[in-house]
Design a protein around this ligand. Structure first.
Ligand SMILES: Nc1nc2c(c(=O)[nH]1)N(C=O)[C@@H](CNc1ccc(C(=O)N[C@@H](CCC(=O)O)C(=O)O)cc1)CN2
Ligand SMILES: Nc1nc2c(ncn2[C@@H]2O[C@H](COP(=O)(O)OP(=O)(O)OP(=O)(O)O)[C@@H](O)[C@H]2O)c(=O)[nH]1
Ligand SMILES: [Mg+2]
Length: 455
């Protein structure tokens, strides 16, 4: 998988921009530099230069920056051509470099390949490399803050510190294994179970933080479902604070799903407005309704909307009966502005899994937002120091189960020390996968291929 070809890409976003950057990375860019420029580039010095094509025609006048390896982003030699940020000029610049460097092996970079090289050259560990992509993809400032914390190594440092503690315990155990006569009292002598308990405590705390970090990174899909006319599209618009979905008094208005991303306390929620559920002869509406059921299947959370004036509607019971049992469901009674005071008060103080709102007046929406976050597992006010991925949470969960298994071996009277040692080894391996000590090429390919081109 390791490739040493020099690579090139446009590093800035496609489209127009104040400045655009073409970036090249390779083990030795000197021969290419000699062809591209008539003068020698000083290391890490901004040279204002004309970028000329092979006939001496000026493609752009920009800034050339040369970072000799290993002191660069990738750890290799890096050249940046910072030009004017127009798509045509950057494409010309890219084509000119590719042509000039083709026989030196210069080729277009794969997505994430610059950062992959930074990882392989140990400029970043795997969690930090992932944080680069998460920082770019962050959809809220809270998410960006957490991604930056991961990028600067806060998460990795916690993982490494825990790994160190497991290593120390492993060294003790493995040293003892060489002297079987000491095995008997090893656990007491070194207070191994107490040490293990302290490590597990911290792994569990990291798991909880990783869960928060995952919510912050990935958000969740909230599907608004219910009979026609109950106010699903009105609720989407109210949550988004914008007139996005069509609202009319005609039942069966929404046909295509409408998705809008909103943020609550920085947590991204993907709100999906759907076609109202009912029996219909209309061919178009039927397709819409089939899609609603498709969205319901994929939902992380379903908000089942009712007309608050019809709280015990038989058709709503039928819908409830068809909703997937594995998905959390919030019963939302809309249009409480149309209720008598007493009925409204009763709904507003009702049980946790149902809630009264008015998409029209906004009443109850704050409670609804808080409820959505709570069901998502978001802990308001709890700090979420890093963004986390499912991969990280899996690894932490697996670490904890191996540590638990180790403890079970230790608690038994026969005290099989080599099984204890083996579980510690497996726990250590799981933990280190987060920062990339033990990783398969497949995993690396999967991680880096989701990056944008030029990163
Ligand atoms: N123009 C430009 N801006 C950029 C990047 C870039 O590659 N080019 N970055 C990336 O995509 C990010 C910054 N990341 C970088 C990380 C390390 C080095 C670097 O040259 N490191 C050397 C020298 C450090 C120093 O001067 O103290 C090193 O670590 O040895 C450069 C950029 C964001 N902004
Ligand atoms: N008084 C009152 N009217 C509402 C409220 N929410 C929605 N409405 C009205 O109810 C009607 C239907 O609203 P929509 O948001 O289009 O309902 P829907 O559930 O999306 O309907 P379909 O797309 O047909 O499934 C519109 O006339 C809205 O103005 C509310 O909270 N109070
Ligand atoms: Mg609608």
């Amino acid at each position: 998988m390791r490739s040493h070809d020099p690579i090139i890409a446009i590093a800035t976003a496609p489209g127009r921009g104040g400045i655009g950057i073409v970036r090249i990375s390779g083990n030795s860019l000197q021969p290419l530099l000699a062809r591209l420029f008539s003068m020698e580039l000083k290391a890490r010095h901004a040279h204002y230069l004309p970028f000329e094509d092979n006939e001496g025609k000026v493609i752009d006048a920009g800034i050339a920056l040369y970072f000799p390896g290993p002191n660069s982003y990738t750890g290799e030699d890096v050249l940046e051509l910072q030009g004017h940020g127009g798509p045509a000029v950057l494409r010309r610049l890219l084509a000119h470099c590719l042509q000039t460097g083709r026989d030196l092996g210069l080729r277009h970079a794969e997505p994430g390949e610059f950062t992959q090289r930074a990882f392989l050259n140990e400029r970043l560990d795997l969690a930090q490399a992932e944080a680069v992509a998460d920082l770019i993809d962050a959809s809220s400032e809270a998410a960006a803050r957490s991604a930056m914390a991961s990028l600067s190594g806060d998460f990795s440092n916690r993982i490494n510190a825990l790994a160190e503690r497991i290593i120390r315990l492993r060294m003790l155990v493995e040293a003892t294994l060489d002297f079987p006569e000491e095995e008997i009292d090893f656990l007491e002598k070194y207070q191994a179970r107490e040490g293990l308990a302290a490590i597990r405590h911290d792994v569990q705390a990291l798991c909880a933080q990783a869960r928060q970090g995952m919510i912050l990174r990935d958000g969740l899909h909230v599907v608004l479902a219910g009979q026609p006319n109950v106010g699903k599209s009105s609720l989407l618009n109210a949550l988004a604070g914008d007139d996005i979905a069509i609202v009319t008094p005609i039942a069966g208005t929404t046909r295509d799903k409408v998705i809008q991303q909103i943020h609550i306390e920085g947590v991204p929620l993907h709100i999906v407005d759907t076609a109202g559920l009912r029996e219909t002869e209309d061919a178009v509406e039927s397709i819409g309704i089939a899609r609603t059921w498709g969205e319901i299947e994929k939902a992380d959370l379903i908000a089942h909307l009712h007309d608050a004036r019809l709280p015990n509607d038989a058709l709503d019971s039928a819908i409830t009966g068809r909703l997937p049992a594995r998905t959390p469901i919030l019963q939302v009674f809309n249009k409480i502005d149309l209720l008598e005071d007493a009925a409204r008060a009763q709904l507003l103080s009702s049980a946790a899994e149902s809630i009264g709102i008015s998409a029209k007046t906004g009443e109850g929406l704050d409670v609804l937002r808080a409820r959505l976050l709570a069901i998502a597992g978001w802990n308001p006010g709890a700090e979420s120091p890093w963004l986390a991925r499912a991969r990280h949470l899996d690894a932490l969960t697996n670490t904890e189960s191996h540590l638990q298994a180790a403890d079970e071996h230790a608690s038994r009277n026969d005290q099989v020390l080599d099984l204890f040692a083996e579980e510690l080894r497996l726990a250590h391996e799981q933990l280190s996968a987060i920062t990339g000590q033990f990783t398969s090429d497949d995993l690396l390919g999967e991680i880096f291929s989701s990056f944008c081109i030029g990163k």
